[in-house]
Design a protein around this ligand. Structure first.
Ligand SMILES: *[C@@H]1O[C@H](CO)[C@@H](O)[C@H](O)[C@H]1NC(C)=O
Ligand SMILES: *[C@@H]1O[C@H](CO)[C@@H](O)[C@H](O)[C@H]1NC(C)=O
Length: 241
């Protein structure tokens, strides 16, 4: 009897090792779908992909509402968002909304904007808005916008200078910024900003998966990697470890 039991345990152990391959699956089953490496070592990669990571591995929707010349926005972009963006981009869908605390009113068939830091800020906002619309690929326009946000020059000069280091179709972007099209695009940024619930009270203002709270805001400013990694439900990439 005892010998049979020992044999059974032995065979069972052997089968478990066989199924798991050479890696060690040494964590409780509730952690098996935590990341791809563990899932692979526990022999459940396919099951995790099929049942656990389908809805949950959607990228974290991170939206930054800001205005081009506000010092706190510059600090957040230059000191936190941009440096970590590359490492987070596989799990974070970043959207930039350059409008912030501006106001708009319609005069004739044009929108007239009034910006917190004056006329130059409105010019910066619409240049960045046009860059987003024309360049489309955030991996190309974000370095350009980041460069503008680091600059002490006025926005048009900054844009020209930055376009030499971060190639974007600068002539098209500047033309757009002075056109009816650019005016309409900036109005769309105003509509997005004014649709915020709760309404924004300051900038920078972030939403994560559509939600803004004071806690989310302060964590974004303190440690965006932790915030995005904690929010992401799929298998954690190396940046989250
Ligand atoms: C991005 O990730 C790499 C590798 O994980 C790491 O070496 C680098 O420091 C990270 N970048 C930042 C800004 O944390
Ligand atoms: C990223 O967000 C934008 C809206 O801000 C959306 O149009 C786009 O489909 C999203 N992309 C992904 C990959 O989720």
């Amino acid at each position: 009897m005892a010998t049979t039991m020992t044999a059974l345990v032995f065979v069972a152990t052997f089968l478990v090792i066989l199924v798991q391959g050479t890696h060690h699956c040494n964590v409780p089953s509730r952690f098996w779908c935590d990341d791809e490496e563990i899932a692979t070592s526990c022999g459940v990669l396919q099951q995790c992909q099929e049942f656990e990571w389908t809805e949950t591995n959607k990228k974290v929707e991170f939206v930054l509402y800001y205005e081009s010349l506000c010092p706190d926005c510059k600090d957040f972009i230059n000191g936190m968002l941009y440096p970590h963006y590359a490492n987070l981009s596989s799990i974070m869908n970043l959207t930039l909304v350059p409008y912030g605390n501006a106001l708009e009113r319609k005069v004739g068939d044009k929108w007239v904007f009034q910006c917190q830091h004056g006329e130059q800020e409105c010019i910066g906002n619409v240049i960045e808005t046009c860059a987003i619309a024309i360049v489309k690929d955030i991996t190309k326009y974000f370095p350009f916008i980041h460069c503008m946000e680091q600059s002490e020059l006025n926005p048009e000069e900054a844009a020209k200078k930055c376009s030499t280091s971060f190639p974007v179709p600068i002539a098209d972007i500047l033309k757009c910024s002075k056109s009816e099209y650019g005016n309409k695009l900036e109005h769309e940024m105003a509509v997005k900003t004014d649709a915020l619930q709760p309404p924004h009270k300051y900038v920078p203002w972030v939403t994560v998966n559509g939600v803004h709270t004071a806690a989310i805001e302060s964590e974004a400013e303190k440690d965006i990697v932790k915030l995005v990694c904690d929010t992401y439900k799929g298998p954690k990439p190396p940046v989250c470890k």
